[in-house]
Design a protein around this ligand. Structure first.
Ligand code: URA
Length: 210
């Protein structure tokens, strides 16, 4: 049985995350680290993918060799910060289907407002991995997963870089069937909905905006 929250404590992930948190890290450095870390997170989130076997011929003999079972998986990026995680994961799983959910956080209410949704067909037959670097209040993640379930997704995972306890709890209540993978469970949210100690605004840091 998959746990609801998995903190990926691999030393390389933890080391890279520490560098990313530093406020003096450049946009280019932040982006490079995010790409590197997303490869490692992709490895962990796909650890339990089902395998089947296929008959192949090596230069020496025939054999039954393992191969991934089922339809290509779906990666869903919550715009815009999700794209930073998506790029690295796609390097690891180049044949994945990709969807985008556009949501921004209303700064007053902290509630998600949807402005875009384009996702692959047949979500009911795919492992669907939702990516967003920061699981803060959990409001946009819950809303995105509501939307994906309404479009047929049943086998979902949520992948983030940092999670706040408040967001994990909100997800656990709304979507207990969706396991969360993160590099760190941080302490708390501040009054503006930022993760503390966190790393600031992930979108601004990866795209160099402010
Ligand atoms: N989104 C971010 O980019 N950073 C936070 O700390 C919380 C939400």
């Amino acid at each position: 049985m998959t746990q609801h929250l998995t903190v990926v404590d691999h030393p390389l992930v933890q080391h890279k995350l520490t560098i990313m948190r530093k406020k003096e890290v450049s946009t280019a450095g932040f982006r490079r680290l995010l790409r590197e870390i997303s490869l490692l997170l992709a490895y962990e989130v796909t650890r339990e993918l089902e395998l089947t076997s296929t008959r192949i011929e090596t230069p020496l003999c025939e054999m039954d060799a393992p191969t991934l079972e089922g339809k290509k998986l779906a990666l869903i990026s919550i715009l815009r910060a999700g794209n930073g995680l998506l790029d690295g994961i796609l390097e690891m799983i180049p044949s994945a289907r990709v969807g985008f959910v556009g949501m921004y956080r209303d700064p007053e209410t902290l509630m998600p407002v949807e402005y875009y949704c384009k996702v692959p067909k047949e979500l009911d037959a795919r492992l669907t991995i939702v990516v967003d670097p920061m699981l803060a209040t959990g409001n946009s993640s819950v809303a995105a997963i509501d939307m994906l379930k309404a479009r047929g997704a049943t086998n979902l995972r949520f992948l983030c870089l940092l999670a706040a306890p408040e967001g994990v709890e909100r997800m656990r209540q709304a979507h207990p069937d969706v396991p969360i993978y993160t590099a760190s469970l941080d302490e708390r949210l501040d009054e503006h909905g930022y993760i503390v100690p966190g790393l600031g605004d992930a979108g601004d840091r990866m795209f160099g905006t402010k």
